[in-house]
Design a protein around this ligand. Structure first.
Ligand SMILES: C[S@@+](CC[C@H](N)C(=O)[O-])C[C@H]1O[C@@H](n2cnc3c(N)ncnc32)[C@H](O)[C@@H]1O
Length: 389
């Protein structure tokens, strides 16, 4: 007896070596609530599917979706949501099986490893790790989600998995050190605990990215010692972010006090050069060069305005807007301590002049010095640090 997901992954050539038995025996359906929302990332279509309902989105659709390569949203708005309509922000899910498989493959499990999973969600991934022979500790920040995952795991015969309710950014030293840290929520700042609680030679696998891009890249860090870990970006994926690392956009206009002092320039690239679809590398790569900057693109029939907001700059906020439209010369205005538009333009030029190298040629080093955790992106090798603005 094999699960639909094992067949799906095998047919797509996406069933990683060594994981055949785990995917064949763990049923995703055992980890799903009666109602979830199937996330069609290409169209944004997110219908509620209810096992107890009749009709198009009832029992048969539920059975089908459980074995499809779709992320299934199981919580909206940190639980502050009710009813069948989707909420504003998806905050817990059973991740899409192909993404789960790719990340587990990156974990390089040989058998018997002690694994800390961050972001328990439904418990499905934790069950796969347990069947693979790992000693699994999994942390979930949301108490209700954690409690449900505990029940799901126990009912599916995985009572040996330890589910901790708490902030995964703190790790769980009581059961460490770990051979692997497996993170199933998007990361913007790598918490020091993951490096400190991993044995030298162990791996931290996480969806990592910057505030500039919505998508993450699977990032595989080798922990060299309790102060340093380094590794490459492997492939793109989109995960809901760690609860306190979500991008926020605090402004919707140019602050009054800066209008007079704003610096004006004419962009020498087009907005189309620097925006792409979710998995287009351009925004990810710009974010490697332009730290702590959140973009927002506002568009109507005649124009596109790209707003850039700087966060955590210490000396105060920076803001910029570049406006593009048919029939007029593009214009950029920037104010505050940073020239955010110039930073973005320079970052794009650098990448473009280098022939737009693949993201897989870039990587990240995380270094802990005193209270500081530095994340330094690099190109080709760790010594070749990216020039950040
Ligand atoms: C994409 S889901 C995880 C999917 C899950 N691994 C599975 O197999 O179903 C991400 C989860 O991370 C949790 N999360 C977000 N921030 C967290 C944090 N700081 N610590 C622990 N869990 C967190 C969310 O509540 C959510 O349940």
């Amino acid at each position: 007896m094999t699960t639909g997901i094992a067949r799906l992954l095998a047919d797509a050539g996406a069933l990683p070596q060594g994981w055949e038995n785990a995917f064949a025996t763990v049923h995703r359906a055992d980890f799903l609530p009666a109602r979830f929302w199937a996330w069609h990332s290409d169209s944004g279509y997110t219908p509620a599917i209810d096992r107890n309902a009749t009709g198009e989105h009832g029992r048969q659709a539920w059975d089908r979706a459980a074995d499809e390569d779709l992320a299934l949203v199981t919580q909206w708005d940190d639980g502050d949501h009710s009813g069948a309509d989707p909420g504003n922000n998806p905050t817990s899910s059973a991740s899409a099986p192909a993404a789960v498989a790719r990340m587990l493959d990156a974990l390089d499990i040989r058998g018997g490893e002690s694994v800390l999973e961050v972001g328990t969600g439904t418990g499905y991934t934790a069950a796969l790790l347990a069947v693979r022979g790992c000693r699994v500790t999994t942390i979930e920040v949301d108490p209700e989600v954690a409690e449900q995952a505990r029940k799901n795991l126990a009912q599916a015969g995985h009572a040996d998995v330890t589910v901790i309710t708490g902030d995964g950014a703190l790790g769980h030293p009581d059961r460490g050190p770990y051979d692997r840290v497996h993170v199933t929520a998007g990361v913007r700042h790598t918490p020091r605990a993951w490096i400190e609680q991993t044995r030298p030679g162990g791996l931290v696998v996480m969806p990592w990215g910057t505030y500039y891009a919505a998508a993450d890249w699977t990032t595989v860090l080798t922990v060299h010692d309790p102060r340093r870990a380094s590794g490459r970006f492997t492939d793109p994926l989109a995960f809901m972010k760690l609860r306190d690392q979500r991008a926020t956009w605090p402004r919707t206009s140019f602050p009054d006090q800066w209008i007079d002092s704003a610096r004006e320039s004419t962009p020498d690239i087009d907005v189309a050069d620097i925006t792409g679809t979710l998995y287009d590398p351009v925004e990810f790569v710009i974010g490697l060069h332009v730290p702590d900057c959140v973009p927002r693109r506002l568009e109507d029939d005649e124009s596109v305005n790209l707003w850039l907001y700087g966060r955590d700059v210490g000396a105060g906020d920076s803001i910029a807007v570049a406006a593009f439209g048919d029939g007029y010369t593009p214009q950029a205005l920037q104010a505050g301590p940073r020239d955010l538009w110039s930073e973005v333009q320079t970052a794009y030029r650098r990448w473009s002049d280098a022939g737009k190298p693949d993201v897989g040629r870039f990587g990240l080093t995380v270094t802990i010095t005193g209270d500081d955790v530095d994340q330094i992106p690099w190109f080709e090798r760790p010594e070749n640090r990216l020039k950040r603005q």
